[in-house]
Design a binder for this molecule. Sequence first.
Ligand SMILES: Cc1cc2nc3c(=O)[nH]c(=O)nc-3n(C[C@H](O)[C@H](O)[C@H](O)COP(=O)(O)OP(=O)(O)OC[C@H]3O[C@@H](n4cnc5c(N)ncnc54)[C@H](O)[C@@H]3O)c2cc1C
Length: 453
Amino acid sequence: MWDTKADVLVVGAGAAGCIAAGVAAADPALEVVVLEKDTGQPCNSTIASAFIPGAGSRFQRAKGIADDPAILAEDIWRKSKGRADKARALTLARRSADAVHWLADVPGIPIEHAPEIEWFGHTRPRMHSHPIRSGIPIIATLRAYLAAQPNVTFLDKVPAIDLLADGGIPIGVVARGERERRIAARRIVLACGGFGGNPEMVARYIPEMATAWHIGGTTNTGEGIRWGLALGAAVEHMGAYQGRDTIREDGTRVTPGVVTGGGIAIDVGGQRFVREDRDYSELAAVYRQQPGGFVVLIWDAGIQHSVDALHVMQEAKRNGGIDRFESLRALAHHHGLSENVLGATLDDYNRGVLARKDGLGRTELTRPLAPPYFTARVTGAIAHTQGGLKVDDRQRVLRQDGRAIEPLYAVGNTAVGVSGSDAGGYMSGNGLMVAFSSGLIAGEDASATLAPA
Ligand SMILES: Cc1cc2nc3c(=O)[nH]c(=O)nc-3n(C[C@H](O)[C@H](O)[C@H](O)COP(=O)(O)OP(=O)(O)OC[C@H]3O[C@@H](n4cnc5c(N)ncnc54)[C@H](O)[C@@H]3O)c2cc1C
């Protein structure tokens, strides 16, 4: 009844699935099959700016940065307002540096420490990334690495369409490419992302973003979570998500660094309306609620210089999404704003910066803004979902009563994250840290618990 048999079957080839498959395949006795819905569609890990936390990495040590997993777990927990599972955050944080090292050492990705932006909630500079700060080369390298392994079968444009179980025990999947095939597996890793690309699930679990744009991978349609639910698995924090507040009309984005670095957001009347140093994930819903759903971000040349090399900024510039103005008058004219009102807004903000006392309560105050100015018109969107299947510290999917559904793992955004229950609980890096650490753990566990058949 089976077309293929795998020792380890991984559903989804994003960050979590690729590392899980790569780690399991390190044992040459294991046959690993990876199913990917469509590499022609960017997954979340490809779309990501690819800032990856790695607490205590050798890259940090080389720069004399003192950090460790317990500090990262504490930061995560604090950012989630105490709602994240602290023990799970620590389990994942403990593998964060290992995952960063694996990316550098095994597939040979040129990973480096990435200190250019101070990310909200992190008490240490612990981000790592590819030199171009994009997930594109990272995922391309990972997929090419897997495809080159003699014991890995990488099937592209072959989505899993059903999880098969016998007496409540998962035994394989049905996959559909050019033909339908049934694949038996001794270990199954659900790495098929979250549900941001499924409007019905978003409306049900995250009603505040039901009508918002989704800028994440369209192939994240939630089937991994639904298959788990059908088997009696528990889900957690389904309302948690990463919002993005800096999304342009054409779907490209500017970095939140233009605001955290000292820029401001103004409404259609030319006035500030919010503390811009609130977290970008939380600000997404706030921006959407402004008249017209869009706001204008204003920053200056010093800030632009510090973020100019980022992949997203280059892309936004190429698409004509970042404007530069030598004068306030030109800026006001371009955006249809009153020069007087805008001038008063900027004067007021700059006075507050110098006095270290902002009228809206902003505490991150760098330097007064000065011409030339840069602007982008942006809205808030949902980037990816953070709620998912409940798992144990080996990434095994758990039933409502706490027992594991062997031999089923959930990793990355198919599993619950560590961001509490809303948008504000998300700390930058929670996406990829969880994806890489959970994939590493599941890959190791699947391999360690399998005796060669
Ligand atoms: C704009 C944006 C910026 C971000 N920036 C960052 C950042 O800088 N740092 C950070 O930590 N996080 C960031 N994130 C979040 C991060 O990208 C995700 O949390 C992470 O990529 C999740 O990895 P994953 O492997 O679970 O999912 P994905 O990378 O989405 O991979 C899931 C894969 O499963 C496949 N799939 C789905 N269903 C099936 C099926 N039925 N059969 C076969 N395959 C299937 C999909 O096609 C996809 O390839 C960002 C997200 C977005 C959208």
